[in-house]
Design a protein around this ligand. Structure first.
Ligand code: FMN
Length: 411
């Protein structure tokens, strides 16, 4: 057996489904490939397989509610930090629901909530009706947007005595997926490490162009893609400045500058670009603003009278930064399109003097405004378009940054 998981730390979280007995084989499969395996399990899982079996096979103590209660150590946090990959298998409908809601009322859930493992895989197993229930589907989708990957249950003979979808996936499929993701992650870390210490400037959100003191013109952009890019760049070790029109929760290591209008955003970006290495324009900048915003709140006119707003063009932030690009600086723009994505993105590449345009067909399922996932086509000069997604916006952000690192490498 090839030691494809040599020195990798795998935390197996076992929950209380009938397939829990297969956890013993799963531990063996990971060990055979050279991994270090530790197990955490729920009380319900202990009803299906003794902790002792998993302790003997993994050659490690198994963390249970009972063992946690008897130790002076904060074992769940230590275990959460130790893992390169967290594998929840089998994952019950109950535990998936709790995970999706951040509930931590047993040691397995505490460990999962405390885990920042770069690879997180869930392999559900349950009765077919439980799997088909919309609540389960909703929870699984939430977990996917939170960065978990799914090993879908198989269709086969269930414990209930009939053939349906819900059986735990083949153990080989689970092991291969973990292996693949860990390998991808190492390759990704290697590429993204190029961004360490670099100054990256990112814009996010739909700009807000004032009409009067209480109203503004804006668009449907939520800022989620820009914030995800900032987080991905931070994780890669970059020094990140995020110029955003909207405030969202983000890591304190990201320098957030709030700039609501296109003009305010441009000046904040220009200031940050003085010593920057990379600019990524993910904000949806309004093309127009009011020529003169009203100083007082606009009141309704006569009964049938309309109101005409006089608009002027906003500065083009991407083009301004692209044209002023210093040697070595990388400029990336977004193109949110509803048709002719490739043509428009390619044209934008030239027009804005950008190094890459990330085309975003906002009409596609899993893509676009205010979603937690995205589907993109990355267009670079002289290369075939690169597709990514559907995937979480953080995963898409990493794909974009990999291309940025590649552009730098090619120079
Ligand atoms: C015999 C038996 C088999 C079960 N099998 C499953 C199963 O395969 N999948 C599942 O989601 N729940 C199954 N359940 C229900 C779970 O055991 C129950 O929801 C429990 O609260 C799960 O706890 P845990 O998620 O903390 O491990 C089963 C229950 C029993 C009694």
């Amino acid at each position: 057996m090839k030691k494809t998981l040599s020195d990798k730390n795998i935390l197996l979280a076992v929950t209380g489904g009938i397939a829990a007995y297969k956890a013993a084989e799963l531990v063996r499969a990971f060990k055979k490939r050279g991994a270090n395996v530790k197990v955490v399990m729920t009380a319900a899982a202990e009803g299906f397989i003794p902790a002792k079996t998993l302790a003997i096979l993994s050659k490690e103590d198994v963390l249970t509610d009972e063992s946690q209660a008897a130790t002076a150590e904060v074992a769940h946090v230590q275990l959460a930090r130790w893992a390169d990959a967290l594998v929840v298998a089998p994952a019950t409908a109950n535990t998936l629901a709790k995970m999706a809601n951040g509930i931590a009322d047993n040691v397995l859930l505490e460990t999962i909530l405390a885990s920042a493992a770069p690879v997180k895989v869930m392999a559900p197993a349950m009765n077919d009706q439980m799997w088909a229930n919309p609540a389960t589907a909703r929870n699984v989708n939430t977990l996917i947007s939170d960065g978990f990957s799914l090993v879908e249950p198989d269709t086969g003979f269930l414990a209930e005595g009939y053939e349906a979808k819900g059986r735990l996936a083949e153990l080989n499929t689970i092991v291969s997926q973990v292996e693949e993701e860990l390998n991808e992650r190492s390759a990704e870390d290697e590429i993204l490490s190029h961004l360490k210490g670099q100054k990256v400037v990112i814009t996010a959100g739909g700009t807000r162009e004032p009409i009067d003191p209480v109203r503004f013109l804006t668009n449907r952009s939520s800022g989620k893609m820009g914030y995800a890019l900032a987080e991905a760049a931070r994780l890669a070790g970059a020094d990140v400045t995020l110029v955003a029109s909207v405030k969202r929760d983000c890591n304190a290591g990201i320098k957030v500058r709030i700039a609501e209008s296109a003009e305010a955003m441009l000046s904040a970006v220009q200031e940050a670009m003085v010593d920057a290495d990379v600019f990524i324009s993910a904000a949806a900048v309004s093309d127009y603003r009011l020529k003169e915003p009203f100083t007082d709140k606009v009141k309704k006119q006569g009964d049938d009278d309309g109101l005409t707003l006089d608009l002027v063009q906003n500065p083009d932030i991407l083009k301004t930064v692209g044209m002023a690009k210093k040697p070595g600086q990388i400029v990336v723009g977004f193109a949110a399109e509803t048709k002719d994505l490739l043509e428009n993105a390619t044209a934008k590449l030239q027009k804005k003097n950008a190094d890459m345009i990330v085309g975003n067909d906002v009409t596609k399922a899993g893509a676009g405004f205010d979603k937690d996932t995205n589907v993109v086509t990355m267009v670079r000069d002289g290369l075939a378009p690169i597709e990514a997604g559907p995937a979480s916006k953080l995963a898409i952000a990493k794909e974009i940054l990999k291309q940025v690192a590649d552009i730098q490498e090619q120079r």
